[in-house]
Design a protein around this ligand. Structure first.
Ligand code: MG
Length: 394
């Protein structure tokens, strides 16, 4: 029903979504999905609700340290989860059991997906490839540019070794490369976690600009629609972005407030309501998935993963798992990423999202050297993180 609904949305002539006239669609979201009108110059609504507090001097907030930590954290979590990423949860859990859990960078295990089999310990995958592509595009453009981010997707697709890329993203990049406007290149019903996994640079931009939640959601819509034309993928990215902003606002530790999980459920429901007239409504909204897991907050990672249907790459499983895990404890960086990847499911993406949040909370100087120094192309990642942070603070 959901897929059919989307086919119908896309069959409407330009200017109409879900049978609603332009007049009834919120202006900012309408413009984001309009071919020929770039959201870069769209006037974004700026309702001043729930803006993350700006850092104060007392917290000694050092943008370069935090933002580099966010990008390095993404790569470290990705590389820790890489060895057991597979298509079958059962085989992943079996491999984790056989290994006695993952605590360090390891070589790919026998069941791992084909495109990762030749990687060395410490190598990262699509999650980091596309996070770096987004950060690099924004750095080159000197700010938020959806066109630059779309071009970066094409460049990554055409030049990189495609490590664990999902079909949805590959097909969307192919459409972008063939000239399909980025507002229409995303897959209808693309409900993977492919937007959430690369959203951290966008969240950092939003935090540094003290943007409203409407503005942040608009970014998630514009970037989400390039590859995943689906409200679940976009709301999943929005939830991860909110937690990145929480982390950047934190006084150099991760200590979620007890009520934060409930607030994030409300944020998801709010975002879903905003998207009904543009991306449509899902019959399996992520807010509902979050609610179903709420009683499990504080449980061990494996129990949380089980409550989240194995924490697989379906965004409602993966982002719900990561959100529940992050809200369950005041995690140290190492403990948090180890917990994330040992829950099974989409281990590398779950690890990369938790790594980005905790890396943003602690900053690169507080991350364990044994991970930071050994992760693939560590120097290049730190350099990009540093240049990206410089761009954000100009
Ligand atoms: Mg991956």
């Amino acid at each position: 029903m959901f897929a059919a609904c989307f086919i119908e949305i896309r069959s409407f002539p330009t200017g109409e979504f879900m049978g609603f006239s332009h007049r009834s669609v919120p202006a900012s979201l309408r413009e984001l999905l309009q071919p020929g009108r770039g959201p870069d110059d769209a006037s974004l609504e700026a309702a001043p609700q729930q803006v993350t507090a700006a850092p104060s001097r007392r917290t000694a907030f050092k943008p370069k340290d935090r933002i580099t930590g966010m990008i390095v954290g993404c790569a470290v979590g990705d590389a820790l989860g890489m060895p057991v990423e597979g298509v079958e949860t059962r085989l992943t859990l079996h491999a984790l059991n056989r290994l006695g859990g993952i605590r360090d960078f390891l070589a790919p295990q026998p069941h791992v997906i084909r495109t990762l089999r030749r990687l060395r310990p410490g190598c990262w995958t699509d999650d980091t490839q596309l996070t770096l592509a987004v950060a690099r595009a924004m750095t080159r453009a000197g700010g938020m540019s959806y066109d630059a981010i779309a071009d970066a997707h094409i460049e990554a697709f055409e030049t990189l070794e495609l490590r664990g890329w999902d079909t949805t993203t590959k097909q969307a990049c192919r459409r972008l490369a063939q000239g399909t406007p980025r507002q229409r290149s995303g897959k209808l019903g693309g409900s993977g976690n492919g937007v959430a996994m690369k959203i951290s640079p966008v969240a950092a931009w939003s935090f540094m600009r003290k943007e409203s939640r409407e503005q942040l959601l608009n970014h998630c819509v514009a970037i989400g629609a390039m590859t995943h034309y689906d409200p679940r993928a976009v709301v999943g990215a929005y939830l991860i972005a909110l937690q990145i902003r929480d982390a950047l606002a934190s006084p150099r530790r991760w200590e979620p407030a007890p009520e934060r999980y409930s607030e994030l459920i409300e944020e998801a429901a709010w975002a879903e309501a905003q998207l009904v007239q543009t991306l449509g409504a899902s019959d399996d909204p992520i807010s509902q998935n979050l609610r179903e897991v709420e009683d499990g907050i504080g449980e061990a990672p494996l129990e949380l993963a089980e409550l989240c249907n194995g924490a697989t790459s379906y965004v409602c499983n993966s982002v719900t798992y990561v959100t529940a895990l992050l809200c369950s404890a005041p995690w140290e960086f190492e403990d948090g990423i180890i917990a994330a990847v040992n829950g099974g499911g989409d281990t590398d993406t779950n690890g990369s999202m938790v790594g980005a949040v905790l890396g943003a909370a602690y900053g690169v100087r507080k991350l364990p050297r044994r991970f930071v120094d050994k992760v693939e192309e560590s120097e290049m990642i730190r350099d990009l993180g540093s240049r990206f942070a410089d761009m954000l603070t100009v």
